[in-house]
Design a protein around this ligand. Sequence first.
Ligand code: TXA
Ligand code: MG
Length: 339
Amino acid sequence: MPIVKITEESLRQAAQLISQGELVAFPTETVYGLGADAFNSEAVLKIFSVKNRPSFDPLIVHITGVEMLEQAADLSLLDSKAKKNLEILTGQFWPGPLTLILPKQKTVPDLVSSGLSTVAVRAPANETALQLIKLSGTAIAAPSANPFGYLSPTSAEHVLEMLGDKVSVILDGGQTQVGVESTVLDICTEQSIILRHGGITREAIEEAIGKVETAEICTGNNPSSPGMLKSHYAPKTPLSVFHELAFSGSANEYANTNAAFLFFDGPSRDKWLSMQKASCKTYVLSETGDMNEAASRLFEALHLLDRLKVDIIYAQLVPETGLGLAINDRLKKASAPCL
Ligand code: TXA
Ligand code: MG
C-alpha cells in the first residue's frame, strides 16, 4: 500500500525518491500534488505519462518561498510594475494558494512549461509540502494527482483510488483544507489576468494590487492556460448544473431519474426534499452555506457521488462571491462534455 504516514523518516525517504527522479504524491493546502524534481526532464516526463496529460499543459513549480524564486523565474525580465506586484502578492499570499506566472529561468526544462517562455510558480501553505521541497533540495514540479481531466484529489485515498498502482509513495496529510486548486495569476501582462479561479479570491487580489482581468474560458484545445479547457475536473457520471430558480421552477423534470443531487446549503436541500414524494440521494456542501467549507468539501462530494452509480448528478451552482467563483468554475467544467 503506497499510502504512508508523515514522519521524519518517511519524509526523508520521499525526498530521496524525488532526488532519484521518482514521483511522490504529497498533500498541499489545496489538493494533492504528484511531484517530481522540476529540473529533471526524465522525472517530469513520468508525470505526463502517469496522468495521461497532454504535453501542451504546463506544470506548476513548487518552492518554499521567495528565497527560491529565482531558481525558477528570471525576475530581471519583469518591468517595475510587475516587480512591485510580485513583492506585494508574495508578501501577502505566500505561502498559499496563489500561483504566479513569471518569465521562465532558462534552466527550467521546456517540458515543465510546455515550451512557453513563462513558468507557473507557487509556495504551498502546507508543512509536509514545504518539508519535502526543503529536504529534496530542489523545486518540485507538480500537477494535481489525478488522471488528466478527472476530479482533483483532496485526500490520500483519492490519490490511491485514481493513481494507486502508478505511484510508489503517497504521503498522507489527511483532507486538504482549501479543497480547490490555487488561483493562477499572470502578472507578466500589461494588466494582471486571472487564468484560473482558485483558493485566493479575485476580491483579495484586487484589494492588494488593484483591478485584474479574468481570462475567458477557452473552447478550443490550445488555450493560454490549459486549466481553462472547457471540460475538466469531471466525474465519470454525467453532471448537470442548475441555478436555484430554474431548479425550483421545474422540479418534476428531475423526478423520475436515477439521480443524485449536490446542494450548496441545507435550506436548498430541504426545499427540494419538501417537493419530493420518494426519497432521493442528496449531498450538501455546507449546511450553513459557508463558502470556505463548501470549497473544502467540493471534490470529496463529487468523488462520493461518482461512486453511487447514478445516471446523472445534478449540482447546484453557488453564489458568485469569494471562493464561489472557483467552485462554480469547477462545476461548470465538470458539466461540459469531454473534448
Ligand atoms: O493548487 C494547485 O495549484 C495544485 C497543487 C498540487 O499545487 N496544482 C494544480 O496543478 O492544480 P495543475 O497542473 O492541475 O494545474 C496547473 C494549472 C493548469 O491550468 C496550467 O495550464 C496552468 O496552471 N499553468 C501552468 N503553467 C502555466 C503557464 N506558464 N502559463 C499559463 N498557465 C500555466
Ligand atoms: Mg489539475
